[in-house]
Ligand binder design. Structure first.
Ligand code: BES
Ligand code: MN
Ligand code: ZN
Length: 515
């Protein structure tokens, strides 16, 4: 898939003050002294940066920035000062967001290139590779724009941005570089995920998503892509996916992505399945949703797209771990052939489900894919889905819900969330919630009471994973940005790509280091 803005990220050994660039970017914390790079620049610029601080125009507060012109005194035409907030509150995401803000400013200023010297403010903590990765990811996120269907292109936006991470120290460049390389892969995968998510339902229906998956993974011999069409879904008795897809002329699919690394996985690494909900449009079906904001239901495929992009990233990273990606895809529409409230659906597991609300469709497609993963004896199963409005009510659009039957897995995902900046918060599942999902005329019903909707939905899913270690990520509300932020334009976020990739990278790192 073609990038909307071609981004290149490289490291370059150069003294920041001498670096020839349209925009040199440095960071400053709101407390403590500015770092050496900022001090040197300020000296060359005759105290301009210091004056900004003294006049109170720029003090390094989080989410602030200021522009200073080089006027021939330094290599750069402009210096962008980015506020990093308080030192003790800083995380890797502070650096990622700062790089994102800088890349976004470079796009808005229509500049061909930007040089990042943001990491100097952080010193040796966190380690250089992690800093390089955060800056590269940030560059992709912040420069992301979605205008592939805008035919009037009078905005004059450039088609490419050259990002350099600059440092005078050769040893530091060497330690930044592997992180930058990983960050490029992950950043690019997430940008692709955003574009797929942003494409509307008349452009991406389930068959088109399956074709796009194949196309995206072509050229990666370690990933095998298999697609179950409607016929194969029927012979496989995947009643949940078929029921949800029955109302649309676009037929449902199950997309299977099997990644087998060239290097043999370290002993003790689990086999993993990633399962992502891909409802290409969720009208609610016969239990139709209100008109207000229904257009946003094109983002109901975000979980599935996160799985697709994560599989691509880990194949490009050549991570030595076995991962199966499962993407059940369906369009939830009302019509004469739709499934109905009152229907009893026999799912792939053999369990029967009484449908009380056709808008609780996510769990109906996920339960088939989860049972399939369990039958494939996957030891760890992680699903990711824009599943419930209730999760948004509980956590807002700041954190995804995390439910799990295994504390270690939950802790690993929490760690990956903290490092990737894709936040999660653990919510409960268990018997009380599962009790609510029992039906009198079938094994289960697809909808519980008014209360605890995120937890009852998770407890429904939990019943399809057998003995696997399982975690569920409810990403409702995390799928879309309603206002532009430093992470780019409104629309799809590609949420989950960094979280899932980081989780898998950490698993591999931990295993290869404990011998
Ligand atoms: N895709 C929606 C959940 C959603 C809502 C995601 C808002 C993003 C923003 C899901 O399929 C749904 O409709 N869930 C219902 C479940 C209910 C009928 C039990 C909900 O949350 O209202
Ligand atoms: Mn729904
Ligand atoms: Zn949905």
């Amino acid at each position: 898939m073609k990038q909307i803005i071609e981004i290149g990220v490289q490291t370059r050994k150069v003294e920041p003050a001498r670096c020839k660039t349209d925009l040199l970017v440095v960071g400053r914390f709101s407390d403590g002294e500015p770092d050496e790079v900022v001090r040197v620049l300020d000296r060359w610029l005759g105290g301009r940066i210091d004056r900004l601080a003294k006049l109170g125009d720029f003090k390094g507060k989080a989410k602030t920035h200021a522009l200073v012109y080089g006027e021939g005194k330094i290599g750069a035409e402009r210096v962008l000062l980015v506020g990093l907030g308080e030192r003790k509150k800083a995380t890797l995401d502070t650096l990622r967001r700062a790089a994102a803000l800088a890349a976004g400013r470079a796009v808005d200023l229509k500049l061909p290139g930007v040089a990042l010297a943001l990491h100097h403010a952080f010193g040796a903590d966190p380690e250089a590779a992690a800093q390089g990765r955060a800056m590269a990811e940030g560059a992709y996120l912040g420069s992301y724009r979605y205008d592939e269907f805008v035919t009037a292109s009078e905005n004059g936006r450039r088609g490419a941005l050259d990002v350099q991470i600059v440092d005078p120290d050769a040893a530091r460049i060497r330690s930044l570089a592997p992180g930058v390389a990983a960050g490029v892969i992950i950043g690019r995968a997430q940008a692709e995920a955003r574009t797929l998510a942003n494409r509307p339902a008349n452009v991406i229906d389930p068959p088109a998503l399956a074709r796009t998956a194949r196309e995206m993974l072509r050229g990666l011999p370690t990933v095998r892509c298999t697609v179950f069409d409607e016929k194969k879904l029927r012979t496989s008795r995947m009643g949940g996916i078929l029921a949800v897809g029955s109302g649309s002329r676009s037929k449902p699919r199950l997309i299977l992505l099997k990644y087998t690394p060239r290097r043999r996985p370290a002993r003790g690494l689990p086999t993993v399945a990633l399962v992502g909900k891909a409802v290409t449009f969720d009208s609610g079906g016969i239990s139709i949703k209100p008109a207000q904001d229904m257009d946003q239901m094109k983002f109901d495929k975000t979980g599935g797209i996160a799985v697709l992009a994560a599989i691509k990233a880990l194949a490009e990273l050549e991570l030595p771990i076995d991962v199966l990606g499962l993407i059940p895809a369906a369009e939830n529409l009302p019509s004469g052939s739709s499934y109905r409230p009152g229907d009893i659906v026999t799912t792939y597991s053999g369990k029967t489900v009484e449908i009380l609300n056709t808008d609780a469709e996510g769990r109906m497609i996920l339960c088939d894919a989860l049972a399939y993963a369990a039958r494939q004896k996957r030891e760890v199963i992680i699903d990711i889905a824009t599943l419930t409005g209730a999760c948004m009510v509980a956590l807002g659009a700041y954190k995804a819900g995390l439910m799990s039957n295994d504390d270690e897995l939950a802790a690993q995902l929490q760690t990956a969330a903290d490092a990737s900046g894709e936040s999660v918060w653990r919510l409960p599942t268990g018997d009380e919630y599962a009790e609510e999902m029992k039906s009198k005329i079938a094994d289960l019903k697809n909808c519980g009471s008014r209360w605890g909707g995120a937890c009852t939905a998770a407890s429904f899913l939990q019943q399809f994973v057998g003995t696997a270690k399982w975690a569920h990520l409810d990403i409702a509300g995390m799928d879309v940005l309603l206002k532009p932020t430093e992470y780019g334009c409104v629309g799809g976020t590609g949420f989950g790509v960094r979280l899932l990739t980081t989780y898998l990278m950490n698993l591999v790192d931990r295993k290869s280091s404990d011998v």
